[in-house]
Design a protein around this ligand. Structure first.
Ligand SMILES: [Zn+2]
Ligand SMILES: [Zn+2]
Ligand SMILES: [Zn+2]
Length: 524
């Protein structure tokens, strides 16, 4: 019998399977590069527990055995509640939701608030130390409010004592002070303790990186979950309605999130809140200036963040109001006036154009894969691209007239005009003091003055970033008036847009209270 092999179909088969395997391999490599940690994306809930994979970075202990079926949990099936530390496997977590209560956000003020003990496993090492080999039922209980651990073999002994919140009593909002209505916080009654200064954590879970989600998760375990705010669900404007009069706020995010929170706090002058920053953006200039570091560290330790916020000192930061009055167009129509607030810097010209290119590219395809390295590479490429094509910023000095405190500035050939509030620009460049340090007036972020500088081209930006050039230093002023002819890119605190012909007024708008880190944080 003649065997006939169809070589074409065999080749096709190997081609297909080989192709599929290579695709899978490429997917795995990309996946491992893109996904930095394996957080199960959960949203905080007021009822039931907030489950996370046990592989996550945690601030509280957990039981490696399921609370219901008592089986040892593998990393793939193990879950724990990020608020109260109860653990369960993927089969049993719904039973735990029904059987055990999570941290109570609110509690009647006339009743004592007891410890909330959660079983976090059998303590074999502790038994060995106590030479008590006979008793194998001694369990470790963890109070999810005061973080104490108690060894005990009878659950009835646990429930009576009052919880004092121990280590973090000065920064926790106790459930007895919280007044809630329909799941929303209405008000916070002050605590009878002069050292009480609650810590509020604000982050944006939808900011593109899952590190913000990690911050929210870590602090829900240590504080009252109402103190941990995800701005993608609750806006800062609604939070300031119930914030205690004296508090410290940690904003985990980029310059945009920080400015959003500062504006909301400024609108509520009765609240004396001092703001610390956990850097999560690309530039993080304000964070660098205040000593909170240039970027997010690879490992986040919530306890050390709390201690550096406690030791931080209060400092004032100038706030600036930017009024943009568009000029009449050809048809005689005038666009509406725009008002913005700046904390870091504002600029017109080529640096805003690079930021705008980056902003457009990111919203198109990079946003989904937000990684700092990729963002940085994209930024560099776009900057080089703008060196070859100035984006209409050439000869800016002919289209811009600038008056600083009523005095008109004489401008040399320029491609960008900047007004700086803080001594850091473009991810850590000390623009004002570059070059001749001894002759330059001091730059301060609380002196009520802006520093006006100019940049001649995007090559000039590149040389400034390497420390090889100095900018044009024009003046220090409190009031600016800029008349712009034609359109040009503009930015305020890293938020860029295309600006048409307009008169731009910059004037002081009070101060914000910030926190300066005293310990140097480890840089990544
Ligand atoms: Zn189970
Ligand atoms: Zn829970
Ligand atoms: Zn307790």
């Amino acid at each position: 019998m003649e065997h006939f092999i169809n070589y074409d179909s065999v080749t096709a088969y190997y081609f297909v399977t080989g192709g599929l395997f290579l695709m899978y391999l490429a997917f795995r490599i990309l996946y491992s590069l893109i996904v930095q940690n394996n957080f199960m994306q959960t949203q905080y809930r007021a009822y039931g527990h907030t489950w996370r994979s046990i592989q996550c970075n945690k601030s509280i202990p957990y039981n490696i055995y399921c609370t219901v079926c008592e089986k040892l949990m593998l990393a793939v099936v193990g879950l724990f509640c990020e608020c109260c530390a109860v653990s369960a496997c993927k089969k049993c977590y719904k039973t735990v939701d029904k059987r055990y209560k999570c941290k109570q956000l609110t509690w009647p003020s006339n009743k004592i608030f007891p410890h909330q003990w959660v079983d976090v496993g059998i303590s074999r090492t502790d038994i060995a130390e106590n030479n008590d080999h006979s008793d194998d039922s001694t369990k470790k209980y963890f109070c999810s409010w005061c973080q104490r651990i108690k060894l005990c073999n009878n659950t009835r002994d646990l429930k009576t004592e009052q919880c004092d919140f121990h280590k973090y009593s000065n920064i926790i909002i106790p459930p007895t002070s919280v007044q809630m209505e329909k799941g929303n916080v209405i008000s916070i009654q002050p605590v009878n303790n002069s050292n009480w200064e609650p810590l509020i954590i604000i982050a944006n879970r939808k900011s593109g990186s899952n590190r913000s989600d990690e911050i929210l998760s870590l602090f829900r375990g240590l504080l009252n979950p109402i103190q941990v705010i995800d701005v993608s669900v609750t806006s800062p404007e609604s939070v300031v309605r119930w914030l205690p009069e004296k508090c410290r706020v940690l904003v985990a995010g980029g310059d945009g999130t920080v400015a959003w929170v500062l504006n909301a706090l400024f609108a509520a002058p009765h609240i004396k809140a001092a703001v610390a920053i956990f850097p999560m953006g690309t530039g993080n200039d304000l964070s660098r200036v205040l000593g909170w570091g240039p970027g997010c560290p690879s490992y986040i330790d919530a306890h050390s963040i709390i201690s550096s916020i406690k030791q931080a000192t209060v400092e004032q930061l100038d706030r600036w109001k930017i009024i943009i009055k568009p000029k009449r167009g050809r048809l005689g129509r005038r666009a509406p006036e725009r008002i913005l607030h700046a904390y870091n810097y504002a600029s017109i010209g080529v640096d805003a154009q690079v930021a705008l290119d980056f902003h457009r590219a990111r919203t198109q395809f990079l946003y989904r894969y937000a990684s700092r390295t990729l963002n940085y590479i994209a930024y560099v490429f776009l900057g080089v691209g703008r060196a070859l094509d100035d984006g209409g910023c050439e000869g800016l000095e002919r289209r811009v007239r600038c008056c600083a405190d009523g005095v008109a500035l004489t401008l040399p050939p320029l491609q960008a005009l900047l007004a700086l509030n803080i001594p850091s620009w473009g991810a850590g460049v000390h623009l004002w003091s570059m070059g001749s340090e001894d002759e330059v007036e001091e730059q301060s972020m609380s002196d009520g003055k802006l520093e006006v500088v100019g940049i001649s081209s995007s090559f000039h930006i590149a040389r400034l970033q390497c420390g090889l050039a100095e900018p044009y230093r024009f003046t220090q002023a409190s009031n600016l008036r800029i008349d712009l002819e034609g359109s040009c890119a503009m930015q305020v605190d890293g938020e860029p847009w295309m600006q048409g012909p307009a008169t731009i007024l910059v004037e002081p708008a009070g101060q914000s209270t910030m926190l300066r880190a005293n310990i140097k944080r480890s840089e990544c």
